[in-house]
Design a protein around this ligand. Sequence first.
Ligand SMILES: N[C@@H](CCC(=O)N[C@@H](CS)C(=O)NCC(=O)O)C(=O)O
Length: 203
Amino acid sequence: MSTIKLTYFDMPGGRAEPARIALTAGNIPFEDHRISFSEFGNIRAGLPLSAVPVVEIDGVVYTQSNAMNRYFGKLAGLYPEDPWEAFKCDEVMGVTEDLLNKLVQTFGMKDAELEAARKVLVDLSITRYVKLLDTRLEASGRNYLADNRLTVGDLKVFIQLRSFSMGVLDHVPTDITRSIAPRVQDYADRIAKEPVVTSYYSK
Ligand SMILES: N[C@@H](CCC(=O)N[C@@H](CS)C(=O)NCC(=O)O)C(=O)O
């Protein structure tokens, strides 16, 4: 069995959270190395791309959260075996990554600049994101985004949608998902109740 050390910020969300949930769901032993923002500042120069998450597997440090999601998702039975279903899972993970990249451009902004940037984010990027998910849920039968069962794609999307409703993003209304597409919020509420998710957060 490989030794796995997953390093990411100590928060209940973000890019490493789907991998943490998948590893936990699959009973795959791993070191859940959680760091503060100041610790990140200390270690970032030594990271391959100066970014987290990173995962060290048998002594080698790897990057890219979606690669981790796919790999640990496969090990845990949370990634589609069928290529077409895998494509659907990958698409929603990719669009979530695109949205995250837009969102982080607003980090560090303040006051009127932040408010204006978040308005653009809400009106364009978040609206497009939620509408795309709505379309995909319609096509997939509305329960899951791929494979008609829970996958790492659902976990990544759920964590993103939850970050809107948690109120941690200034100028992003907490009811934004429901106001754009009620069935996407209903979907997020259902994923929150999945045993894989509830058992992870009860630990
Ligand atoms: N494509 C990478 C992006 C990693 C990334 O940008 N991580 C953020 C934290 S969520 C980070 O470390 N940012 C610091 C920086 O890029 O300087 C992935 O998906 O893992």
